[in-house]
Design a protein around this ligand. Sequence first.
Ligand SMILES: [Zn+2]
Length: 169
Amino acid sequence: MIREPRFIIDSMLGTLARWLRILGYDTLYSRSYEDWTILKIAEEQDRIIITRDQGLHRRALNRGLKSILVEMDDMAERLAYIAYMTGIRLYVDFSKSRCPICNAELVKVPKERVKDKVPPRVYKLHEDFWICPRCGKVYWVGSHWRKIEEILAEARKIYERMKQRRRML
Ligand SMILES: [Zn+2]
């Protein structure tokens, strides 16, 4: 099996880090990362840098590191571009999802395990729950999920257009 890409994200792109974790990709992010930290970790751990900072992007490429410059603000466009550059999935495979807060791999748990950890209404309405072994946060496919699916559907469309454009060139 081809190893999945791993990422390190610059301090301006926190929301993107959460998306990549939900999609199942090992993604480091901290608001306190300085450029040199990002370069060092990317080099040591063979991670792809994702940044909005042209200076950091150039320095990464000069050092022979992999770096993706995202200049667009729209999340669907960003995800499509990253998929175009690295081949990441643009759908959620829950068996691979990571905690958006801390990047640990989520573990599916029997419903009874979360009875005291979620609101009663949520417990009644849902069957599938995941728990983060590191920070303890519990996840389920809640009402915000529709929005996530919409953005991913849009990202897949943009991705297809990018591929087509390349074929035409
Ligand atoms: Zn966590």
